[in-house]
Design a protein around this ligand. Structure first.
Ligand code: HEC
Ligand code: HEC
Length: 326
């Protein structure tokens, strides 16, 4: 009997040691994505133009890294705070902890190398090797063309430096450990030629977060296989109520299958007019997290390509209730 107890105790000790080693590995040994590349991004007029277009109107950098005004429709960014970060993503809004997009103006990234910024955007690791939470879609950015990332870096280097205080992130347990397993080596692609509208549209839909937000996710935020673009992801609005992403598959009944290309373009264009006054939002009104006023300026060529790509997405019947009032 004594022998049995000894063996049992031995086994328990072994299991505890294995768990401690594993946890320490996850906490201190990860993320493993290698050193940031040795990189010097030359700032050229072409890169600045491309980088400005992408950061503002496609990849959402400025949208997410700027405080937004929840009392106007589509929560436009606060002028004068471009890139200074600070939105509070918190449990009240459905997030697993509290986190803040950082200051990406030169006041925040001044002492980062280009390689470190490149690695943060595409692999999800900051300049001290800490894992970033994938609320910033770095897995998607890691599938872009490197040249586009260089353009974005060139552009954000030229933002007006704006000081801001960004509080520390506080993730809930066990996510504060699991987050270290999330960064991944990027798998870059070449941007398809715009004349290949479907492939180019898919490239933009990845870079623009359309696939990320509009493909149905499970409660852990993982895309459910077979539900590409089928919608239904929930966002709690700061002014109350829940908004859900639309089904953008080619389904005639519940998706955008019946939309003409012109109707699709128009849905974006109405917000491109800078004289347009965005409706005011009171507590409990319908609002959206889709940054229409920024996407409104996606070029016509690019919107047409996205539409052509959506036409090829497998139709899935998924009726989404757009809004539930509080
Ligand atoms: C959906 C929101 C969102 C989008 C879009 C987004 N980010 Fe972020 N970003 C964040 C959040 C949140 C963090 C902080 C994550 C954390 O602390 O774990 C972050 C962190 C960063 C960091 C690390 C900075 C630091 O001080 O640690 C950089 C650099 C960055 N983002 C640049 C960009 C660029 C460039 C783009 C566009 C290509 C972009 N982000 C798009 C939300 C976003
Ligand atoms: C942050 C999440 C998010 C991102 C990123 C996003 N959307 Fe949306 N989108 C939504 C939500 C939520 C709605 C539903 C509310 C509304 O109509 O604004 C929506 C609605 C739409 C609609 C209207 C559909 C309808 O039935 O009226 C279209 C079209 C659309 N999105 C296209 C896109 C495209 C194209 C992209 C990429 C360029 C994109 N979205 C990126 C969240 C997002």
């Amino acid at each position: 009997m004594k022998k049995f107890v000894k063996i049992l105790l031995g086994l328990v000790a072994l299991i505890v040691i294995v768990i401690v080693v594993l946890l320490s590995y996850v906490k201190f040994g990860l993320p493993k994505v290698g050193d940031p590349p040795d990189l010097q991004v030359n700032i050229t007029p072409e890169r600045l133009e491309r980088g400005e277009y992408l950061s503002w109107h496609v990849t959402g950098c400025i949208d997410c890294h700027t405080l937004r005004n929840p009392s106007l429709y589509s929560m436009p960014i606060m002028p004068g705070r471009e890139g200074a970060g600070g939105i509070r993503f918190s449990p009240e809004l459905g997030f697993p902890g509290v986190m803040y997009p950082s200051n990406i103006t030169p006041a925040g990234l001044g002492d980062w190398t280009d390689g470190e910024i490149f690695q943060a955007i595409t692999a999800g690791v900051d300049n001290e090797g800490n894992a970033l939470f994938p609320i910033m879609p770095y897995h998607d950015y890691g599938k872009m063309d490197k040249e586009d990332i260089y353009s974005i870096i060139a552009y954000i280097r030229t933002l007006e430096p704006i000081e801001s205080e960004i509080p520390e992130r506080e993730l809930d347990f066990p996510l504060n450990l699991i987050v270290n397993m999330m960064p991944e080596e990027p798998e870059f692609t070449k941007m398809p030629d715009p004349s290949d509208q479907v492939a180019y549209g898919e490239y933009l839909a990845n870079a623009g977060g359309c696939i990320h937000c509009h493909s149905t996710q499970d409660e852990k935020g993982m895309l459910i296989p077979g539900m590409l673009m089928a919608g239904g992801n929930e966002f709690i609005l700061p002014t109350g109520g829940v908004i859900r992403t639309s089904n953008l598959t080619s389904d005639d009944e519940t998706g955008v299958g019946k939309w003409t290309e012109e109707a699709f373009l128009l849905r974006f264009r109405i917000y491109a007019d800078s004289s347009m006054v965005l409706p005011e939002i009171r507590e409990g009104d319908l609002n959206t997290v889709m940054p229409w006023s920024l996407y409104g300026k996606i070029t016509e060529e690019d919107l047409r390509a996205i539409y052509r790509y959506l036409e090829t997405v497998k139709p899935i019947s998924n009726k989404v209730e757009k809004f539930t009032a509080p």
